[in-house]
Write a protein that binds this ligand. Structure first.
Ligand code: NDP
Length: 378
């Protein structure tokens, strides 16, 4: 909210307090790719609170969420998070112009008075929460807690491929799955949908933590997935993936990045009555609040989660959980160390210049990701 027309200034050098306007890809309405617009007179998101950090964006990357948000997915709940007063007015469009883009790698240009970990000039990376203005812009402003120092070994383009999937995977494995660096050794983990952004990161994280990793993917992704360290790879396009998986030793944790029917057979692959956990990233929360309204959607979502969790714990003693992205700069600090130790590599499938953001969206929308699609901003 509060974006106004401003004077165009030159951002080729560090911005001064006078500079007020930037370029960004924005949407003014929800829809297909045609709603993406390049705007040159967007107000720069300056530091407005003592804990904020303003970043000059060098690279951003796209996630499936960007495609969904472009079409209006999650609009009701995200709008409430941005502006709690919007609940009083169903018809206002205060979120526009909306900037998409959830990953940033860039350089700090300004810090609030209480920021302690960053100074202007620091190279940083972060995942931008979906309720904040995104990174398909020259500048983005986040709270210090959401930001982390970028791995030294990576270029900005490489670094931008990691934060959102890393924060998602870590939140799922640590908060929902109870895994961590010191508790994963020899744990058997299955990742479905392993060849995309979350999967290619998760395989490497779990191998760095000492887990045994099995992955489902298309046949033509097997080389990539084995190269990232997966112990077992199952081609889901062969049609009998769940039978092949059923012949293997049972799993301690499943991260499901596919959802739908997968949920029905995957839960049976877990070790019964031993604290095993099924975590799906494909959850109905935002879909429900979009289609049923905030109260009805949240009630339905709570009911669904409660009944599935109860049913699974009673029938087989496995925990049924939902995994969500969570902003977490300190978690990215740990990832940064793993990257600089050579244990996690960026998997950049495609790169686009800032002028070709709609083409980057088209690439992502075609599906069959093999890692990440990155946009070079500066
Ligand atoms: P991507 O689009 O990067 O990757 C999806 C991958 O899954 C592709 O490589 C695709 O390749 C593969 N795939 C598709 N169908 C199957 C299948 N049946 N079995 C195995 N693999 C399959 O997505 P992300 O990795 O970024 O995200 C994964 C999912 O997690 C998405 O649904 C996303 O919306 C969700 N997500 C949820 C979050 C949350 O907070 N809850 C946060 C982040 C992501 P191919 O089709 O060629 O096989």
């Amino acid at each position: 909210a509060g974006w106004s027309v401003c004077f165009r200034r030159n951002f080729s050098t560090a911005p001064s307090r006078l500079q007020s306007c930037m370029s960004a890809w924005v949407i003014d309405q929800y829809g297909t790719n045609g709603v993406l617009k390049f705007a040159e007179e967007i107000t720069v998101p300056t530091v407005n609170s003592p804990s904020e950090v303003m970043i000059k964006v060098h690279a951003a990357s796209l996630n499936p969420l960007d495609i969904s948000m472009r079409g209006g997915y999650g609009a009701k709940l995200l709008k409430l998070r941005r502006d709690p007063m919007s609940v009083m007015d169903n018809n206002n469009d205060s979120e526009f112009p909306l900037i998409l883009g959830r990953d940033v790698s860039g350089v700090v240009v300004d810090c609030g008075s209480e920021v302690t970990h960053f100074v202007p000039g620091d190279e940083v990376w972060a995942a931008v929460p979906p309720w904040k203005q995104g990174s398909l812009a020259e500048f983005v402003t986040l709270t210090e807690y959401e930001v982390s120092h970028k791995p030294k070994l990576l270029s900005h383009t490489e670094a931008a491929s990691i934060p959102y999937v890393a924060n998602t995977a870590l939140s799922a494995f640590v908060n929902a799955g109870g895994l961590c660096r010191d508790s994963s050794s020899n744990k058997r983990v299955l990742i479905t949908g392993g060849s995309g952004g979350v999967g290619t990161f998760s395989i490497q994280l779990l191998k760095a933590w000492g887990a045994h990793v099995t992955v489902t993917c298309s046949q033509n992704a097997e080389g990539l997935i084995r190269g990232l360290g997966a112990d077992e790879v199952v081609d889901y396009t062969a049609g009998d993936a769940h039978e092949q998986l059923g012949m293997m030793e049972k799993f301690d944790v499943i991260l499901d990045g596919v959802g739908g029917e997968t949920e029905q057979w995957a839960i049976g692959l877990l070790k019964p009555w031993s604290g095993a956990k099924y975590i799906t990233l494909v959850t109905p929360l935002l879909f429900n609040t979009d289609s049923m309204g905030l109260l009805g959607g949240m009630f339905q979502t709570g009911f669904t989660l409660h009944s599935k969790a109860t049913q699974n714990i009673i029938s087989s003693g496995v925990f049924y959980r939902w995994g969500f992205y969570a902003p977490d700069g300190p978690a990215l600090d740990e990832v940064s160390k793993l990257v600089d130790a050579g244990k996690i590599l960026p998997v950049v499938e495609a790169q686009f210049p800032f002028t070709q953001v709609p083409q980057a969206f088209q690439k992502l929308e075609q599906g069959h990701a093999r890692g990440k699609t990155v946009v070079r901003v500066a």
